[in-house]
Ligand binder design. Structure first.
Ligand SMILES: Nc1ncnc2c1ncn2[C@@H]1O[C@H](COP(=O)(O)OP(=O)(O)O)[C@@H](O)[C@H]1O
Ligand SMILES: [Mg+2]
Length: 536
């Protein structure tokens, strides 16, 4: 299907294309920019272009590709770095240098590399989509090759294959490959959803003890500029006890992404050994890249995450920050002249976000395994104002909320998680799971919360009467909570204690509480001595 450009408005273009489908991918202009049909009208199609539209002219050709915006799934994604449209960044940079050219998709998977396939099914077997055809070793994991179509297997060979070479075929002639395409905006199916059964250990003491997460859960952390969102996301990306991490740098600074990659290349995976990068996929859509591709990037990322989930793996998706995605959505919506909602965001912002969060969870996979997809998204509310629409929409959908506090960050208390305002709806289940690692987890958590609460009440009084005006037990309480804040809740991401296993987390708090109890007992002893023995 061909047509020509009839109008251009920022990242959206209209063309006299008929017969195309909604969300069909198109190539726009002589440069072949990647775009997606976002609205159909009787004689024209409105296209969202994912690349810089500067220089594009009315009258240039538009070609429909006949397929939706696809993510290419197959072995070789781990350790990869892609842009929002899944183009491999190292290959793009090798081709174009630092100033990426528009158009001209590159295949995301290495076409020359050979993978050793061990088939699990024999000819004659019936196969359904999502069922395991065989496995190849990809870095530290057994990568399952999942069937893309239903049928009866006619041939399936073991041996070394490139991703493009046929590995077999179905009775109806359909060729089988190591890779398969999947439309980015459509959730990958599963047999059924399962309840959560395992904690997500982040190694951050404050999160694991006070606001714990579970595998398959979702969390957001809003915070103003400099409150430590990026550092916290990256610390969790390094240390969380998952098989695969998908990290989306969404509209943040490019140099932060470059540093992250260098670090991941050098760091070792604390759970399985090997380089951290071997289990990580990075999607970079930094602030210097086109805005519209940012909107697509989080869908590319979640599809990659679901693909590994479907192999029965524990996957964590991190995005920094979802606010930049929402801003891209707003920009596209306004160029489509849609009716604006709150603060100019489209009225469907909330439902889009909720549908996105829905893609997290624990599932029984089509292959019969059990996989999970957890999400941690940072939010950057302008001016740190949490009543703004993106934060509010995320709050309604997410299971945990870590409020990053500018006051704490200012005092260099990191991670700057406000312990009064934050919450986790997973606390009850998660405490049960953590108790397997430290039997007194629930008790420690309760006492910690109680002391923090008491201190909060006392601090107001202390501010009025001054510390000298307080009773001994109150002064002890302030001192003990001071230690909880400095030695337990703060955790420097650049030190040896950047990762704290649950046992160490429990031991740290246990020590402080024991000292506190000794202090209380000592004061009680003195008081008893004062009443029974009398003074001199
Ligand atoms: N956990 C941490 N440990 C030590 N320093 C931190 C920590 N979190 C944040 N910081 C400090 O705060 C600065 C800003 O953090 P960053 O994550 O870039 O903020 P944001 O992404 O919210 O703008 C960092 O450069 C670092 O100096
Ligand atoms: Mg940041």
């Amino acid at each position: 299907m061909n047509g020509t450009i009839t109008g251009i408005s920022g990242p959206t273009v209209s063309a006299d294309l008929v017969g195309v489908r909604l969300y069909e991918q198109v190539q726009v202009g002589h440069a072949g920019l990647i775009g997606e049909v976002v609205r159909l009208e009787p004689q024209r199609a409105v296209i969202q272009v994912y690349e810089e539209t500067r220089g594009l002219a009315v009258g240039e050709p538009v070609t429909a590709t006949g397929e939706a915006l696809m993510v290419r799934l197959g072995p070789g994604l781990l350790g990869g770095m892609f842009d929002g449209l899944q183009r491999p960044l190292p290959a793009l940079v090798a081709r174009d240098g630092p100033f990426l050219q528009a158009g001209g998709g590159l295949f995301p998977l290495d076409l020359t590399r050979r993978w050793h396939l061990t088939p699990c099914l024999a000819p004659g077997a019936a196969v359904a989509p999502g069922q395991i055809l065989g496995t190849v070793a990809e870095g530290p994991i057994q990568h399952q090759i999942l069937a893309a179509a239903a049928g009866t297997i006619k041939a399936l060979d073991g041996g070394d294959f490139t991703v493009e070479a046929p590995i077999g075929r179905l009775a109806d002639g359909t060729l089988l490959h190591l890779w398969q395409p999947w439309p980015a905006r459509r959730p990958r199916p599963c047999r059924r959803r399962l309840p959560v059964t395992a904690p997500l250990i982040t190694g951050q003491r404050c999160i694991d003890l006070l606001f714990p997460l579970v595998k398959g859960g979702t969390a957001i952390f809003p915070g103003g500029f400099g409150t430590g969102k990026t550092v916290l996301e990256q610390a969790i990306a390094k240390f969380a006890d998952v098989d695969v991490v998908v990290y989306v740098g969404c509209g943040e600074r490019g140099n932060e992404m470059a540093d992250l990659l260098d670090e991941f290349m050098a760091l070792r995976d604390p759970w399985r050994g090997g380089a951290l990068l071997e289990r990580t996929i990075v999607i970079a859509n930094t602030s210097n890249m086109p805005v519209a591709a940012r909107e697509a990037s989080i869908y590319t990322a979640v599809t990659l995450a679901e693909y590994y989930r479907d192999m029965g793996l524990q996957v964590l998706l991190l995005a920094d920050s979802i606010s930049r995605w929402a801003e891209a959505l707003r920009e596209i919506s306004s160029s489509l002249e849609e009716m604006p909602g709150e603060e100019g965001y489209p009225t469907y912002l909330g439902s889009r976000l909720a549908a996105y969060f829905e893609r997290a969870g624990v599932v029984e996979t089509c292959g019969g395994g059990r996989g999970s997809l957890s999400m941690l998204l940072s939010v950057s509310p302008p001016g740190g104002d949490l009543t703004e629409p993106v934060t509010q929409a995320c709050l309604r959908a997410a299971g945990a909320f870590f409020m990053l506090d500018a006051g704490l960050a200012h005092r260099r208390h990191f991670p700057a998680i406000n312990w009064q305002q934050s919450y986790s709806l997973y606390a009850q289940e998660a405490v049960g799971f953590f108790s397997d690692r430290a039997a007194d987890w629930g008790g420690l958590r309760q006492r910690c919360r109680e002391l923090l609460r008491q201190e909060e009440a006392l601090r107001e009084i202390a501010e009025i009467v001054g510390p000298e005006g307080l009773q001994e037990p109150d002064r002890l309480l302030l001192a003990s909570v001071g230690r909880i804040r400095d030695e337990f809740l703060s955790q420097n991401a650049y030190s040896d204690e950047a990762f704290s296993p649950p046992e160490a987390t429990a031991a740290c708090l246990r020590g402080i509480l024991a000292d506190h109890d000794r202090g209380v007992a000592g004061l009680a002893g003195e008081a008893a001595g004062a009443t029974t023995g009398g003074g001199p």
